[in-house]
Design a protein around this ligand. Structure first.
Ligand SMILES: Cc1cc2nc3c(=O)[nH]c(=O)nc-3n(C[C@H](O)[C@H](O)[C@H](O)COP(=O)(O)O)c2cc1C
Length: 176
């Protein structure tokens, strides 16, 4: 599957079958995250794979009871060391959230190419997720996704047309 097909095919998947994800597929998905760009190439991220049913139950609670997450074989949590990134950038700006978001999105697209489903989970209580997964203080949780074999194709939620979101040269000039 090429990159354009994966981008088009990816949907938020909220129903999964109970089939385990093969280790080699999981590795390729993680590799897509590992290869993501980050500010100054700091790579201050950790990806946590959670398959334990008890931990998944707790994570679901921390994600405002999004029960569908449990059906998926695994939950991936992306966290980034906020302090390390800030220091690396000379204590004047940060890219920790962007870094983590790129890594998570690359994993989600790779998962699509592998025939797997994902769903960005941004609704979570960060303090609770950190406690459940023993994530140390300087790390911030960027997002989570269930990862598993989809039991649905996902809904086409539609997108705004380019002419509504692209300007030519300067703000306000329409782009054809
Ligand atoms: C930052 C962010 C947070 C999101 N949080 C959630 C969430 O907590 N639960 C959920 O079911 N979907 C969540 N989504 C999925 C969006 O609802 C979904 O991407 C959007 O409706 C477009 O649908 P699509 O992903 O199928 O193209 C989130 C997406 C993003 C980018």
């Amino acid at each position: 599957m090429d990159i354009y097909e994966a981008i088009k095919k990816r949907r938020s998947i909220r129903k999964y079958i109970s089939k385990p994800v093969e280790e080699e597929k999981l590795k390729r998905v993680l590799e897509a995250g590992r290869l993501a760009p980050s500010g100054k190439n700091v790579q201050a991220w950790k990806f946590i794979i959670t398959r334990d049913v008890g931990l998944k139950d707790k994570l679901i609670e921390a994600c405002k009871g999004q029960k569908f997450m449990k059906e998926a074989d695994a939950i991936i949590t992306v966290c980034v060391n906020e302090e390390e990134v800030y220091q690396y950038h000379g204590n004047y700006m940060t890219s920790f959230a962007v870094d983590g978001a790129i890594a998570l999105q690359q994993m989600m697209l790779a998962a699509t190419a592998e025939g797997l489903g994902t769903c960005w989970i941004g609704a979570f209580y960060e303090k609770d997720v950190k406690k459940i997964l023993d994530i140390p203080a300087p790390y911030r949780v960027i997002g989570l996704t269930p990862l598993g074999y989809p039991a649905e194709r996902g809904r086409d939620r539609g997108r705004k047309p380019l002419k509504e979101i692209v300007y030519n040269e300067k703000w306000g000039n329409s782009y054809n």
